[in-house]
Design a protein around this ligand. Structure first.
Ligand code: AMP
Ligand code: MG
Length: 420
């Protein structure tokens, strides 16, 4: 299929939101499924709902170390209770208490039948006479104090998590607390990364005249790890059409997604579009954004190919904005915008060229009064990897914004919010 220019006939560049909309409608194969051990679940995407098979906690238990008693025996002015039994955590509560008796109980201990309230040990006094111990419980305890009800955290049958959810530490804790040892997840997507350019060499080798170390491989391979994805290093491809065609055709059979960087513009040394048209199909996105003007998506068989710009800053921004939603959708996650928030600008941008969306590198600073502001990376030159390294995220500046003054509200997209 011919490479389609998403602008159509006119020369208008595609707006950021239009590009997101088109990408959201790009057909993608469904993710595969597997069941894995809970210990391998972090960062994986659920393929089916997780339901609590039992109550958590299983019984009414004590929330503190103290004395469990029956509130109906309790005189609101305080009370004396015979100490009748002892219930450490993890042991059965034994038989029901007789009236006006209390149980020595520890955090997590099962409440003996009939008891409903626990007094904290530090509030009580123990009086021992011969073989009989009496606990003096102070006034004022409400019925049910310091007791955890069975099913209070999770009731049996509750849906804990929905399909498409990416498992975090606290989710794994919740699943473990129900006794479930395995979870159904989508399989990791198989991704490959190719850097293109005659100038590129890998770190650890000598740099010839005109050479440049391949930074993008390390950038993209690391970004992919949050996906979740298995990453194959497909190496560096020289600026030759036959070499790129061979590399892509060969890898497309064993990858679900291939990311390329470089060689995606209009120059004679840019071969990606022509190769994709030959081996499958391609779509070109000429974008009204900065940094990163062009993105190419394509398909070879079932493999999605995403052509990112070569400039590392544009490559990272394009990856986060456009490759990320495709990758997450391919991996089984429902589409969700990156998390962002409003902060104060710590900079002035008095006159701004309108018509394109800007994603400038920004750093968050907290003022003495607690206000959070975003600083703009001060040096010019959009190709500086230093700007990415010194940034906490992207300051999003809308197409129509004509000026920004210090103290104005701007939208900030933290790097961490792209994977939340
Ligand atoms: P291109 O998109 O191929 O025209 O590349 C644009 C700029 O990004 C050029 O200056 C390239 O040298 C640079 N570049 C391309 N690929 C990489 C890479 N893998 N690592 C670092 N810089 C790169
Ligand atoms: Mg190049």
């Amino acid at each position: 299929m011919r490479g389609e220019d998403c602008f159509g006939a006119d020369d208008r560049r595609l707006l950021h939101d239009e590009a997101l909309d088109l990408l959201a409608r790009l057909p993608l194969p469904a993710a595969g499924q597997e069941t894995i051990k809970l210990s391998e679940g972090r960062g994986r995407i659920l393929a089916a709902p997780v339901i609590a098979p039992r109550n958590v906690p299983q019984h009414d238990t004590s929330a503190v170390d103290g004395y469990a008693f029956r509130h109906q025996d309790f005189d609101p002015c305080g009370g004396f209770f015979r100490l009748e039994t002892r219930v450490p955590a993890g042991h059965p509560a034994g038989q029901a208490l007789t009236p006006w008796a209390a149980a020595r109980i520890f955090t997590g201990g099962v409440m003996p039948e009939g008891t409903d309230t626990v007094a904290m040990q530090e509030d009580c006094r123990l009086e021992i006479s011969g073989s009989q111990s009496v606990v003096v419980i102070p006034a004022g305890l409400a019925k049910g104090a310091n007791r955890r009800l069975a099913g209070e955290d999770l009731a049996a049958g509750t849906q804990i998590l929905a399909p498409g959810h990416k498992l975090r530490a606290q989710d794994l804790a919740a699943i473990a607390s129900t006794g479930t040892a395995a979870v159904p997840v989508f399989t990791r997507i198989r991704t490959g990364v190719i850097s293109t350019g005659d100038e590129l060499v890998r770190p650890g080798t000598a740099l010839g005249a005109g050479g440049l170390y391949d930074a993008n491989h390390f950038l993209l391979a690391s970004l992919l790890e949050s996906c979740p994805a298995d990453v194959t290093d497909l190496g560096i491809c020289p600026d030759r059409r036959d070499a790129l065609q061979l590399a892509l055709s060969e890898a497309s059979g064993r990858c679900d997604v291939i990311l390329t960087s470089g060689g995606a513009s209009h120059g004679e040394e840019d071969h990606l579009l022509a190769v994709l048209e030959r081996i499958g199909e391609a779509q070109v996105f000429d974008l009204a954004i900065k940094p990163g003007r062009r993105l190419i998506t394509g398909r070879a068989g079932d493999c999605l190919i995403i052509g990112l710009p070569g400039n590392p800053v544009a490559a990272m921004v394009s990856f986060l904005l456009y490759a990320r939603p495709l990758l997450l959708r391919r991996a089984g996650m429902p589409p969700a915008p990156a998390q962002g928030f409003q902060v104060q600008a710590a900079f002035d941008l008095p006159r701004r060229k309108t018509g394109r969306r800007e994603f400038s590198r920004g750093r968050l600073v907290t003022l003495a009064d607690g206000t959070v502001q975003a600083e703009l990376y001060p040096r010019s030159g959009s190709g500086l990897i230093s700007s990415l390294r010194e940034a906490d995220g992207l300051i999003e500046i809308h197409e129509e914004t004509t000026a920004i003054h210090r103290g104005d509200t701007v939208r900030f997209l933290p790097f961490s919010g792209f994977w939340a």
